[in-house]
Design a protein around this ligand. Structure first.
Ligand code: PGA
Length: 255
């Protein structure tokens, strides 16, 4: 089994100065853990360069939280994958539920973004997940399958090894509610099955699947211990070095 990926999504939090301090704390305190798990942080655009410098020489990876698929042109306010690469940032989160619901990013746009990221040689973390209403009405699996199909059906199987998918039930993000380990395992099994149907079993297995939604040190080990859970995407609890590193330590216990 490969190392688990512990990813921190800092969202719209931290000034550049604060981001630098957090990155430095992670860089100095994670050396031992990095032998046993992969760590990634996703600061805001403005802090990318500073954070990248702070973790240089460590194995900590840096991701953007979003980007646009067009390489350049009249797209005011956007950032391209090529610009990220130029900065030495190769990872990007795409399709986060906040991008979908707050900023209206729909399946079709996200499919273009995902393809653009892969074409540009990036390592995307693509997010899927159902709302509370969809779960309560029994539509969770259908929704997640549709999100996957919209994004992946035109992609060749050889992208699998570079792709990470994060299952983040919208009702669990920032709410303190977490999917039960059984709910997470069930959805991860379904995602794995979808990937195998699309690309064959071997390629399906090479996609890393993360769980996200109110992950913290206290619940991380149980979630990370589930089959098909290859890591976690952490929001709130990634803003404190000690809590984030405790989650990473929990991942080590499960492998
Ligand atoms: P949360 O956020 O851990 O604060 O629930 C997770 C996410 O949005 O990726």
């Amino acid at each position: 089994m490969g190392k688990q990926l512990i990813a921190g999504n800092w969202k719209l939090n931290l000034t550049v100065t604060e981001a630098a301090a957090l990155a430095q704390a992670l860089a100095t305190e994670s050396e031992e853990l990095l032998h046993r798990c992969d760590l990634l942080v996703a600061p805001g655009f403005l802090a990318l360069e500073t954070v990248r410098s702070a973790v240089l020489g460590t194995a900590i990876q840096v991701a953007a939280q979003n980007a646009y698929h067009e390489p350049k042109g009249a797209f005011t306010g956007e950032v391209s994958f090529a610009q990220l690469r130029d900065l030495g940032v190769y990872w990007v989160i795409l399709g986060h539920s906040e991008r979908r619901s707050v900023f209206g990013e729909h399946d079709e746009l996200l499919a273009r973004k995902l393809k653009g990221a892969l074409d540009c040689g990036m390592l995307p973390i693509f997010c899927v997940g159902e709302s509370l209403e969809q779960r309560e009405s029994g539509a969770a699996s259908t929704v997640v399958k549709a999100q996957l199909q919209a994004a992946l059906s035109d992609l060749p199987s050889d992208v699998a090894a570079r792709l990470v998918i994060a299952y983040e039930p919208v009702w669990a993000i920032g709410t303190g509610l977490t999917a039960s380990p059984a709910q997470a395992a069930e959805m991860h099994a379904l995602i794995r099955e979808e990937l195998a149907t699309l690309w064959g079993e071997a390629s399906g297995k090479s996609v890393r699947l993360l769980y996200g939604g109110s992950v913290k040190a206290a619940n991380a080990a149980e979630l990370l211990g589930q089959p098909n859970v290859d890591g976690v995407l952490v929001g709130g609890a990634s803003l404190q070095a000690s809590e984030f590193l405790a989650i990473a330590a929990a991942s080590c216990e499960t492998r």
